[in-house]
Write a protein that binds this ligand. Structure first.
Ligand code: ADP
Ligand code: MG
Length: 752
């Protein structure tokens, strides 16, 4: 590395200044330079000194009258007090430091007689107006003349992510100390000049100056744009390399059996009680083709809730088993893993009873491997995986454990991707002797740019159709405060139950007297019933304080047992604090119709399949993420009777929260909802939920709003990597990718 960004701040700034910065994880010059301002303060126009209002951000032109450094008696440290004047009024300037020496630079500059511009927030101390740690520009020191001083003082003021021990102004000083002496040769630019030219982007050094010390708003905006591009570009180059390397990796080809040969897949298709949708068939053909290659398949399958992804995945798994390999299916929770194992066994019937009496002669076995298995069951499952008797092994991330060996792992299927990142995919991939094929499935539709950012190493397929014969679902918003609407809600539930149907009632919390959302307590070991609650949005904050507390399962179940419209019905509960046996029994009784109303947390979000359930009431719907609500309501209307979803909302009309729930009621387009949902969230949230390792390298990039920029960066990066896979002629880009991978690796290790 030729640039100076790798240099330690202790060397450049000295241990005393660098020490506090290390608390913000700013250790190298590069760390500090990438610590971008969160926003910019308005320097404001010149203020008359006889109009200094308390609490106001002001800029005054004045002359230094005197300046003195004192050590403080009351607390450790030193203080510099200066007084500036316009000839008629006086204003105090105060600077604090741990040691008198740290105030020396100010003392040197603030000499009596010097004129300058002073900017800060007006406070009062013992009847005197003062500015604490003001920014200032001195004529003849920081600026040649008054005009230049005015110009300097009119610049936007960078405001940094800071902490109480390291305030923003201190970071600003450190940045300037580091940045000011740098020249083009000191800064490595991962974006090559020709790419910059094509997109009208400033050099990295120019952009650093503009983002940390902008002339005006336009300057920092252009700089931000450039860094967003850089982030997208480096990421896309890394992903392009990953794709290219993966394509060079060897995999075992798992071709389809020929006609007449014994085949689990053929037998399964034969026994299938329904016909595949066109989408299932065509995605199936793509998968069959890719599995037959000696290159690892890397595919993301997105499909609406209920679009039939499981069958598609199972058919791919059977092709691999037919060809002598094994398949692993990863689910995000133990409950889902267990349900998957049950579903697969049920779908396979005798085909999953290989080696058992009555099983198909060429049948295989489905093994379930989760963290909570008893020792004996675990040993049995491990043996089946290692010996190859189990063609299909289902589990949670426990499958990533070192103890789990496969005889010949040919395919990894990851269900509900959002809780598995690239590293986890890599870890599993490393389990095969050669790279296994990988299929990642998601029911949360992912906008194109998110897919490009987070899953840029995967090709994408979609299932857009839902199998025929589904009656669909209607949704309505119910204002919680309206007793007539609430009454009507329960009588609708009653009507459905009287037709032989069943109802879900969903609440965000378990106990009314616990403050935490469901699953938020220490007891939560699974993701099962963690509601995806939105933080209050800016616009929602109004009226937030007089919002009623979130509804709780236990309280609502008691309330429903007393509700006249539901008299005589059996109301059950389901939540994450119940024992597995109690959960099973509640689900079984609901499925059998012994319970007609099930009050539950979001534990039912994924995968629960009771075709008789036709109505769902969601309390505090305005507080849930849209995607999660969409998943939730996918639990009803799965049979031939139409589904009804009643979204009980406490949102005031006209607030963003109200708009959100209305959007949900109006559309069943999961793709649109996912996009809307993402727009409401921070990037950290999006990427954190989708793929944790990426957040550190993306500081400014916004995966939803920056769609076009990401597409541009992807095109440029892919072209570059195609022409020069190892980036031999782009050492700066290569270094940036390596630095990013190091970060990811570190985070992965920290989490492991
Ligand atoms: P998801 O995509 O949400 O995982 P599933 O694979 O669980 O959906 O499928 C939902 C339900 O639809 C299951 O009960 C499944 O057996 C059924 N199913 C899948 N494909 C079809 C089809 N082509 N025709 C009818 N029902 C189907
Ligand atoms: Mg599924």
């Amino acid at each position: 590395m030729t640039g100076r960004e790798g240099e330690a701040l202790t060397r450049v700034l000295g241990a005393r200044s660098a020490g506090p910065l290390a608390k913000l994880d700013l250790v190298t010059v590069g760390d500090l330079l990438r610590h971008y301002p969160r926003r910019y303060g308005d320097p404001g126009t010149l203020t008359d000194m006889d109009r200094l209002a308390l609490g106001e951000h002001v800029t005054v032109m004045a002359r230094v009258a005197r300046a003195t450094v004192r050590t403080m008696r009351s607390r450790a440290g030193a203080m510099l007090q200066a007084v500036v004047t316009d000839g008629r009024h006086e204003l105090a300037l105060t600077f604090f430091a741990k040691r008198a020496g740290a105030l020396r630079p100010h003392e040197d500059k603030l000499r009596p007689g010097r004129v300058g511009l002073f900017t800060g927030v007006v406070s009062e101390y013992r009847g005197t107006r003062q500015l604490t740690h003001p920014d200032y520009v001195l004529v003849g020191v920081d600026a040649d003349d008054a005009e230049e001083a005015m110009f300097e003082a009119s610049r936007p003021i960078p405001i940094y992510p800071a902490s109480s021990s390291v305030p923003s102004w201190r970071i600003q000083r450190a940045v300037r100390t580091v940045l000011d002496p740098l020249t083009e040769g000191d800064v490595e630019d991962p974006v090559p000049p020709e790419v910059r030219a094509r997109h009208g982007l400033p050099s990295r050094l120019d952009a650093l100056r503009a983002i940390h010390h902008p002339v005006d708003q336009d300057a920092w905006q252009r700089a931000r744009h450039r860094f967003r591009f850089e982030e997208a570009f480096v990421l896309q180059a890394a992903l392009a390399q990953r794709r290219a390397h993966a394509a060079e990796q060897e995999a075992t080809a798992r071709p389809l059996r020929g006609p007449g040969e014994p085949s689990l897949l053929a037998d399964f298709d034969e026994a299938l009680p329904f016909t595949l949708t066109d989408g299932q068939r065509s995605v199936g053909e793509d998968l069959a083709h890719e599995l037959a290659q000696a290159r690892p398949m890397q595919r993301l399958l997105q499909g609406e809730v209920g679009s039939g992804k499981t069958v598609v995945a199972l058919r791919a798994m059977l092709q691999v088993v037919d060809a002598g390999g094994q398949a692993a299916l990863l689910a995000p929770t133990e409950v889902l893993a267990a349900q998957h194992a049950r579903t697969l066994r049920a779908l396979l019937g005798p085909l999953a009873e290989g080696g058992l009496l009555g099983g198909a002669a060429h049948g295989t076995r489905v093994a379930l491997l989760t963290g909570s298995l008893g020792a004996a069951a675990r040993k049995e499952a491990l043996l089946q995986a290692a010996g190859g008797e189990a063609g299909i092994v289902v589990g949670t991330h426990a499958l990533l454990g070192d103890q789990v060996q496969f005889a010949d792992l040919g395919l990894v299927v990851v269900d509900e991707q959002h809780r598995f990142g690239v590293e986890q995919r890599d870890a599993l991939r490393a389990k095969g002797r050669v790279a296994p094929h990988v299929l990642v499935m998601t029911a949360t539709p992912i906008p194109r740019t998110v897919a490009m950012t987070v899953f840029g190493d995967l090709e994408t397929s979609s299932l857009t159709q839902v199998p025929a014969g589904r009656a669909g679902i209607t949704s309505h918003v119910v204002p919680a405060g309206n007793p007539r609407w609430m009454e009507r809600t329960w009588s609708r539930v009653r009507e459905e139950v009287d037709k032989g149907h069943r109802a879900y009632v969903v609440c965000p919390r378990i106990h009314p007297d616990e403050d935490l959302p469901a699953g938020g307590g220490a007891a939560a070991k699974d993701f099962d019933d963690v509601p995806d609650l939105l933080e209050l949005m800016d616009g929602d904050a109004a009226g937030a304080s007089d919002r009623p507390p979130l509804r709780a399962v236990l309280e609502v179940a008691d309330m429903l047992r007393e509700t006249p419209a539901l008299a005589g019905l059996d109301v059950g509960v389901l939540h994450g604090q119940m024992t597995p046996a109690d959960k099973e029994s509640a689900m079984a009784r609901f499925a059998a119709g012994d319970l007609q109303v099930l009050v539950s947390t979001t534990v039912i979000e994924v995968g629960v399949d009771v075709p008789e359930a036709t109505v769902m009431v969601v309390f505090d719907a305005d507080r849930f993420g849209l995607s999660q609500l969409h998943q939730l309501r996918g639990r009803v209307g799965r049979g031939s009777a139409p589904g009804l979803c009643l979204l009980v909302s406490t949102a005031q009309p006209g607030t963003p929260a109200a708009t959100r729930v209305e959007a949900l009621a109006e559309t069943t387009d999961g793709f649109r909802l996912a996009t809307l949902d993402l727009e409401l969230r921070s990037e950290g949230d999006v990427l954190g939920a989708a793929q944790s390792g990426r957040s550190s390298s993306l500081r400014l990039l916004r995966v939803v709003q920056d769609a076009d920029l990401i597409a541009d960066a992807r095109r440029e990066a892919t072209a570059l990597v195609d022409a020069d896979l190892e980036l031999g002629s782009h050492p700066e880009l290569r270094a940036a990718i390596e630095a990013q991978l190091d970060d990811e690796q570190e985070e992965f290790l920290e989490r492991a």
